[in-house]
Design a binder for this molecule. Structure first.
Ligand SMILES: Cc1cc2nc3c(=O)[nH]c(=O)nc-3n(C[C@H](O)[C@H](O)[C@H](O)COP(=O)(O)OP(=O)(O)OC[C@H]3O[C@@H](n4cnc5c(N)ncnc54)[C@H](O)[C@@H]3O)c2cc1C
Length: 262
């Protein structure tokens, strides 16, 4: 399980406040992590911590494997809007970890963090495009089957326009997601920017697609029993994970600024 986010280190993962201090052959960890997914299925967490609070923001980030059986560790479940409680917040109060649980070389933590965030963010884009495909297929099929005023509702021009907008947006998102995967595979210098372009667009159109999906399904879409609500909520939670659309647009703007001012 990944333990990156903290109350003050969400989108800005480098602002980690959890500390690890060396004591002989062990490290002593103190701090708090939040929004940790699938915790109840894991026995260990990979934690990102700071080993020197005086160091610059994203320096001295280190990775540790922490055993959940360690004294001083506590997890408290958090309820998700998708209904489950797969989330938790974790507390570390003088948790002792052997030196061999330290991962990576000194001062490489920020590179590992950046790479992990890049890969996870690109994977989330693929999840969002896959979710968008489900929404598109269900919505178009429903519009062909549902009869109102003696004709399928998909024959009404207002609904056709909505579905065409959903489809074209989804295809743009797919291209950006594939571009992000390609940029990572090629180890492109622009990979961060392209992943941010994909994440910001995929987040927006997944939310838009699930909004329209519910509208086109009418009252059956409005009821909690319909699966569209699961996708509606997943669209909101995946948009937030690893920085939302607004945050990634800001990163794209900063990257373009740096490129053109250089
Ligand atoms: C479903 C789900 C699963 C998750 N699983 C994990 C997990 O397993 N492990 C883990 O460590 N974390 C996990 N997270 C946490 C997730 O990665 C963070 O929530 C995410 O990075 C956003 O951080 P935050 O919620 O603190 O929001 P913040 O960073 O506080 O952002 C709040 C708002 O401020 C805006 N904002 C922030 N910075 C800027 C900026 N520089 N410019 C412009 N706007 C900005 C954002 O756009 C956003 O609208 C998960 C989150 C979700 C939703």
């Amino acid at each position: 399980m990944q333990g990156f986010s903290e109350p003050d280190a969400g989108s800005d993962l480098a602002n980690v406040q959890t500390t690890a201090v060396r004591d002989g052959d062990e490290w002593v960890i103190n701090g708090q992590k939040v929004w940790n997914s699938l915790w109840q299925f894991a026995d260990y967490a990979v934690l990102v911590v700071k080993t020197d609070m005086e160091a610059r923001r994203n320096r001295n980030l280190r990775y540790f494997i922490v055993d959940f059986k360690s004294p001083g560790y506590e997890a408290r479940p958090l309820r998700q809007m998708t209904g489950g409680s797969e989330f938790c917040e974790m507390f570390f109060d003088n948790v002792r970890v052997p030196h061999e649980n330290l991962l990576g070389e000194l001062n490489m933590g920020r590179h590992i963090l950046k790479k992990t965030a890049l890969l996870s963010t690109a994977a989330l884009c693929a999840e969002m495009v896959g979710g968008g495909d489900w929404v598109m297929e269900k919505t178009v099929n429903y519009a062909k089957e549902r009869i109102a005023f003696g004709v399928p509702i998909g024959s009404f021009q207002a609904l056709k326009h909505k579905m065409v907008d959903m489809y074209t947006a989804l295809e743009y998102a797919r291209s950006l997601m594939e571009g992000a995967a390609e940029a990572i595979k090629e180890d492109s210098n622009d990979a961060s920017k392209i992943v941010s372009m994909a994440k910001s667009y995929c987040g927006d159109i997944y939310k838009m697609g699930t909004n329209e999906g519910i509208q086109i399904h009418g009252v059956i879409g409005f009821t909690w029993d319909h699966d569209m609500h699961l996708y509606f909520k997943r669209a909101r939670s995946t948009d937030t994970t690893f920085g939302d659309s607004t945050y990634h647009r800001e990163l794209v703007a900063q990257s373009l600024d740096a490129q053109y001012l250089a």
